[in-house]
Design a protein around this ligand. Sequence first.
Ligand code: GAL
Length: 827
Amino acid sequence: MKKPTYFFKILSIIGLISAFAFTVQKENPDFSTRKVTFNTGWNFYLNDSVKDKDTINSATIWRTLNLPHDWSIEGEFEEKSPAGYGGGSLNGGLGWYKKTFKVALENKEKITSIIFDGVYRNSQVWINGHYLGKRPNGYIGFQYELSPYLNYGDKINEIIVKVDNSKQPNSRWYSGSGIFRNVWLETTNKLHVGQWGTYITTPKVSSQSASIHLETTLKNQYNSSKKAIVTTTILKNNAKVASATQNVTIAANASQVQNQDIIVKKPVLWSVEKPEQYTAVTTISIENTVIDEYKTAFGIRNFKFDLDKGFILNGKRVKIKGVCMHHDLGPLGSAINTRAIERQLEILKEMGVNGIRTSHNPPAPELLDLCDKMGFIVMDEAFDMWKKSKNKYDYSLDWDQWHAKDLQDQILRDRNHPSIFMWSIGNEIQEQWSDEGVIIANELSAIVKKLDTTRLVTAAMNPAVNMNIDEVTLQFEKSKIYFNKLATSGALDIIGYNYAHQTFEHHQKNFPKIPFIATETTSALETRGHYDLPSDAVKIWPVRWDLPFTGGNLGNTVSAFDQVRAPWGSTHEATWKVIKKHDFLAGMYIWTGFDYIGEPTPYVWPSISSYFGIVDLAGFPKDVYYMYQSEWTNKTVLHLFPHWNWKSDQNVDVWIYYNNADEVELFLNGKSLGTKKKIGDDLHIMWRVPFQAGTLKAVSRKNGKIVKETAIQTAENSSKLKLTADRNTINADGNDLSFITVDITDEKGTLSPNANNEIQFSLKGSGKIVGVCSGDPVSHESYKGTKHTALNGKCLVIIQAGSKAEKLELTASSKGLKSNSTIISVQ
Ligand code: GAL
């Protein structure tokens, strides 16, 4: 790579500033708020994404955009993309961002900093030609103080960010590229609460009272020592419940940690069902004037991982029913959007999910805020590799210089979130079977423990212990055990199992003193709405990475009967049956909640996204979603599949997931096909039915009384489009989204289960179509276009609000089908 001459480049850029039109940001006119978003009105330029030319100059043509931004998602899927199939066949490249802004004169005596929540990857930042620093890790938050280099009043400032994601491959999944998380500007007094400056723990919690311990870092950037009063007020629903005040003296240009202890009487505890939070408002005052105010949301809860009983939250056993998630948001790519994350979590909550693993990196802060608010048990993960690489240009290259700082910053940033219960120091680390791994694991664990001892440290090991099952007797054999080095390193407080569900039941024998968590399970594969018959025909995805699915090339489309799995994984049912059986198995995180871009398995073109999700890339549940819903929620479930459009007399396996009932009776065109019930640990029932067009109806009963009825019909010819918005009213904030499902149906409204028509979208109003997606892992159509081909009758279009109140009208049309429109109110 050509070495850039930054000095020259920055000088020439500064020279150019006057030539460019700039907009002064409305979003932050007076800096009255401590932290404001700094996302709008950036300029962006992408160097040749493949050849990696590293230049900007007077000829550079910039494009204006708002952050968060992911440039890779705007590109085309390419079979030979340097990112590889793992990276979703979308290119990385090298991008430049810049933004001009003014800072009010009155802020001259203040401290102004810029906060990046995450820039993928290798970001370098300059302000007015001064180099502020570099951050290789794309998932970590960081900030730079700008004040020493700022112009105040009418003079313009320019910030430049170079993002280098050109060395590929560097990720096993789709990373996205660019300033893909929020950017903030923070303005404080010279005496203020430092970066991530509060740490709140709840050492003693009972229903009567909770003791709150606060450690607050006070930073004095004055050249003289300061006497001040520090007050922390605890609020519940904006009402004061307790407070503590102290006089402090902070030396010139120094930081100090202030301890405070506060009792909250009759605390309202944070739980999965009622994720109640408190707010700690810390103020620093000098001579009766508040000069800084810092808010920290936190929760009061107690928990333990018990060797026999599993996870205990506030004295109650809670099975962790979690899913692993990558950070992309399907068609939106990796550019974070709070509503898009919230929608994912809502869909998962509806299924009964109560846990999220942030595989395999620190997540966007908004995800953690939402998990706090919505009640998820989070495993916050740091790394997918340590010193040894998994991809040629991955983070292993930055390991020596950055890992300690990155891990430390993750813990400092995240340690007040009530939803976090475990820190994972790594996923399937290459060093896990070596002595070197033991040394690194202990180093990482010590870094975590220095900053937080209230949560458990784990690592996701594959496997934690070998499959110590005698092949003849199928019995557990102690003599055959060998342990993962990390598991016996002493670094871990809880043993993290990736896969090998056959070993779970032996955990207590293998690790009598360390509790259990299945950090990653299952890896079953499905394409939403696609069914191969008979349902058990296709079982294990081939043993070789590079081959298409078994049974010949099925077009890289996988049957949605829960039968197809990666060789190291299991069907959904198989792992859940084990986890369900024993209390000491605290729970699991399934690979994965949603499909994600990249890592198609099989690892072959034309697949560009994964098949592991319980929910597809567009957010449409696959059938197995309802198996979990029937097991994990109290909602009455009666889900029958596949669809009812087959050839006459073809044998169709009809699967049914149900709950809250003793039995189910199935009717074809009014004629009973008999009654069935789950036996033993069954999780579904099945009929093999010779197909006849018409109506297939299931009726579930308890004690002879009907609990629920569900019917599926044979669809006639496709005739029209049905539009259903998840929300018909959205906020006029320029960010909010409406997710609109498009169903292709027959004249009567029955979903056409095999329809794959191309659908065009148009929008009236100042909103934007920001994503289109069918959930098809082999589609190469852009998610950023205005047309898309449906998969098995369904497609999704995402509308983003503008910043004015108006009515947006979305029209969907498709050749040979009746068009349809829907109105989204922006308020
Ligand atoms: C695991 C790995 C995940 C993903 C998964 C696919 O081994 O931790 O990142 O690759 O396999 O089955």
